[in-house]
Write a protein that binds this ligand. Structure first.
Ligand code: FES
Length: 568
């Protein structure tokens, strides 16, 4: 038998001795032979004092352990890297692949028959899932859950759509120092992830749609008792999967599962980051996310979830309206109802068991959508030969077809220095361009794509402008913002060729983004570009590895050597 503690013995050249030694040492923790003879469920601990979104992880772990033990298996908790969005320099995305490698190797190195991965804050769920998919051990995902909403002057508030909206008001001089200080204490009133449809919520919904977590796991608020009951139930399921040796991620993550995840991503008005992470997860399997097909789905799948930033409500409202199972029931034949989940159920069974909540208005029926088309569109054109993304459900409708003069910022630092300069030559009709903010350029593709409206325009009442970049943007943000322009400018993508005053045309209906400069001139500009030497930040360590191996946004920004062989 090679299960439980006998799995993956340390190599001393004598298997009997390896097991003897392993047992001798672990007995120092007070375990009995009976405990050490059981199947093992590993549980990742992603708690960190730097990560308030994961503040309930200790309670989740306790509940999950209870579920494992009630089912006769042994839980073993082990730490992995934790990444909190606002505590990661230069940006959390830079660390996602490191977290994925850490988690994967710890799953492989230590004896376990199944694993529970716990994540939530933006990059943590993708990292843990990428790891689990590559390790391909039976896996249950427990998201930490969203925060509950906050209140300010009679208004419901939430991180972080309202963080940005109220900060923009502060920049425009509409609210003062005292009020912005009060707001900072009300935007995040509990532990848990941002409670709008940002990246964390998007990834939790996608995880449920992929069948990797239990029904309702995406939406139960982080502090609610129900979240810990779900964790206990997840422990039971993981123990059953350890005994049955499946299903493994490779059995659940079929072509249909990935299609279902894309449908849900469109229908929830999900974060643009969700597309990058889903692409990275798919690249760990034989499947791929085809950007054209994803865009086509977007024309067929309406936005049904009325959550900020595309709509009005917050995650707890989505939860009380029936959560992802009710959404799947509304989507009906738009998803593959035969796809399976960790419990061995079909999506059809999950949808059939969804609660029907009378009078709720957070999950719309298909005939009454929030937006008739999905939340995300993929653009191509001479500025983005390998694609760019816009969350058009959270954009200003009249700017979706717009031609304007480019106002170019060379880097995030350049933008920070010059954007609010009263002498900056900029009008509301211009197109703000940020470059050198892609996967290699910044590095880590920071969430700088939400360029603030220049102060002098904000003070004149301008709320939105067309903004384009090779950066990412928080899924919580609102605006007419083109992101992930690929290839990025730092490796010579056409964004590097834009000059101040060039005209740029955005046409979301036609899915195009173009630089209106003739081809001969673009060729001349391209020939004059100096080829970039390795940047100083990449001289050693993880930074060196990152700069050498990170892929572009259309391939999920994973490391090139982490991909699985694709099908065809
Ligand atoms: Fe952690 Fe938003 S900051 S989910």
């Amino acid at each position: 038998m090679t299960d439980g503690l006998r799995k993956g013995l340390t190599s001393y050249g004598d298997a009997g001795f390896s097991l003897f030694l392993r047992k001798a040492f672990i007995k120092a923790m007070g375990y009995s032979d009976d405990a050490l003879d059981r199947s093992i469920v590993g549980i990742t601990n992603t708690y960190s004092d730097y990560n308030p979104c994961h503040g309930n992880v200790p309670q989740i772990i306790e509940a999950a352990k209870r579920g494992v033990m009630l089912s006769g298996a042994m839980p073993f908790v082990f730490p992995t890297i934790s990444i909190a969005e606002s505590f990661a320099h230069p940006t959390s995305m830079y660390l996602r692949n490191l977290m994925a490698m850490d988690t994967e190797e710890m799953i492989r190195a230590q004896p376990m028959d199944a694993v529970i991965v716990i994540g939530g804050c933006d990059k943590t769920l993708p990292a843990q899932i990428m790891a689990a998919v590559s390790a391909d051990l039976p896996t249950v995902v427990i998201p930490v859950g969203p925060m509950v909403v906050g209140h300010h002057r009679g208004e419901v508030l939430g991180a972080c759509t309202d963080c940005r909206r109220l900060w923009a008001k502060y920049r425009a001089g509409e609210i003062d120092d005292g009020e912005i200080e009060a707001v900072s204490g009300r935007l995040a009133p509990s532990v848990g992830t941002c409670m709008v449809m940002g990246t964390a919520s998007t990834m939790a919904c996608i995880t449920e749609a992929l069948g990797l977590s239990l029904p309702m796991s995406a939406t139960i608020p982080a502090p609610h008792a129900e979240r810990f009951r779900l964790a206990e139930a997840s422990g039971r399921v993981a123990a059953a999967m350890a005994a049955a040796k499946g299903p493994r991620p490779s059995e659940l993550l079929t072509k249909s599962a990935f299609r279902n995840a894309q449908v849900v991503l469109q229908a929830i008005g999900g974060s643009t980051n969700g597309l990058i992470h889903l692409t990275a997860i798919a690249h760990r399997t034989p499947h791929r996310i085809d950007l054209e097909a994803f865009d086509k789905l977007g024309r067929e799948v309406p936005v049904l979830i009325d959550l900020k930033p595309s709509g009005q409500h917050y995650m707890e409202h989505f939860h009380h309206a029936g959560g992802v199972p009710r959404l799947l029931a509304q989507l009906g034949d738009l998803v593959d109802l035969d796809a399976r989940t960790i419990e061995g159920k079909t999506v059809r069974q999950v949808a059939a068991a969804a609660e029907d909540v009378p009078g709720q208005d957070a999950i719309r029926p298909r005939q009454m959508p929030i937006k008739p088309e999905g939340g995300l569109a993929v653009l191509h054109g001479n500025l983005a030969p390998r694609g760019a993304v816009i969350k058009h459900s959270a954009a200003t409708a009249k700017l979706l077809q717009h031609t304007g003069r480019a106002v170019v910022f060379e880097s995030v630092e350049d933008m920070t220095l010059r954007l609010d300069d009263p002498a900056l030559d900029v009008t509301a009709d211009d197109v703000l361009v940020l470059r050198n903010a892609g996967p290699k350029g910044a590095p880590g593709m920071p969430e700088a794509g939400y360029l603030p409206i220049p102060k002098k325009l904000a003070r004149a009442g301008v709320k939105d402008m067309v903004r384009i970049s090779d950066a990412r943007m928080s899924g919580t943000a609102f605006g007419t913002i083109v992101l992930h322009i690929t290839p990025e400018s730092a490796i010579g993508g056409p964004l590097a060729l834009v000059k101040n005053g060039d005209m740029i045309r955005l046409d979301v209906q036609r899915r195009s983004i173009d630089l209106l400069v003739d081809e001969g001139e673009l060729k001349r500009r391209s020939a004059a570009l100096k080829s970039a030497a390795a940047p100083p930040w990449a001289s050693r360590g993880y930074a060196h590895l990152f700069n050498e191996a990170v892929l572009q946004a259309d391939e999920g920004c994973d490391f090139d050597f982490m991909r699985a062989k694709g099908k065809g």
